[in-house]
Design a protein around this ligand. Sequence first.
Ligand code: PLP
Length: 411
Amino acid sequence: MDYNNFFKSKLDNLKDEGLYRTFREIDRHQNLFPKALEYNEGHNREVEIWCSNDYLNMSQHPEVMQTCIDVISELGTGSGGTRNISGTSSYHVGLEKCLAELHNKDRALVFPSAYTANQSTISILCKNIDDIEIFSDELNHASLIEGIRNSGAKYHIFKHNNIDDLEKKLNDCDIEKPKLIVCESIYSMEGIRSPLKEIVRLAKKYNSLTYLDEVHSVGLYGPSGSGIAAELGIDRDIDIINGTLSKSFGQMGGYIAANADLIDYIRSFAPGFIFTSSINPSVAAASIKSIEISKVAETLRLKIRENSSIIREGLRSVNIPFIDNESHIVPILVKGPLECKQISKLLLDDFGIYIQPVFYPTVPKGEERLRVTITPKHSKADIDNFISCINEAWNILNFERAESKNLNSRA
Ligand SMILES: Cc1ncc(COP(=O)(O)O)c(C=O)c1O
């Protein structure tokens, strides 16, 4: 076999379909955010970021940075091993306590990322429960899908946020069989919430376990930023809550929170937890500090709500189509991967506005978008400038204008 030819032809196909990804080099200097420096062929210039998941800008919070520096001075950089073999520091243990408390659960378990947390937990959970059947929302994140597929268990995909379809599928399954429902609390590419209370009601009715990905809600929603399950008062009803340290908390790593036996079970059996080095102690310590600060960051959360309303109003006023929701995520619909790349490039090159285009496989084909994320650091002047730039770019490219879209109707 001509291996190189194989790789090259696969890449050529990807390029022909407009699905090839290019990474822009963006240095987010502290104190500048949402401004940053873009490096391009030896030059650098100031741009403004509109697609960061550092939702509360905790990665550049002075106290969080100082904590990280202090712990590096104290313990060095790496953790030195897996959790079992010299890689558990007092900061790892402290972080797990802090996360368990945040989610009102007995215990938590930290992984190198929320991706591995999802993938490893679901796969080992379902691999070992005979005859379990999994019920998964059709827009679930790749990490959840990987976990489900790797488990080898039988799975059913229910229509996005569609309770009737979920119930029909649960009802078709033998009531005696073990079950797991897997969903997210806010879908990251649409900013729309799942009908969580209804899902919990069905889980009880059909005797199913529940697995909830709160990656895009922790830090931002619920009491002290503890997530949407907590906001709805059903955190104790969800069996496993998953979250990340890399978005609102501005660090690196992911976790699950659940009852003591379940956590001990995953800790003892999940290869994706056992056979990998633990996160750096400095990252664990910075995460604790970041969570402490986020818990009392009501002003920042309020500012995000205000900013997202202003940006939605601005887009509405110039008839640029977006998915309407009440979250910090504003998906602007640009159908077609090439068109999406084109406007993203124009915005960056001519207006200094950085939003990465999002296309397949991150979103279904035909649903390409610019996923705008709003932070408390974006000012009213930044938002006004953003609306004016995108409006002009829309004119230059002669894109169709339309009203916003309420995707809840998809259900
Ligand atoms: C819904 C969802 N779950 C999990 C992850 C993985 O998070 P992490 O970056 O911590 O691996 C992501 C990443 O963007 C996500 O969007």
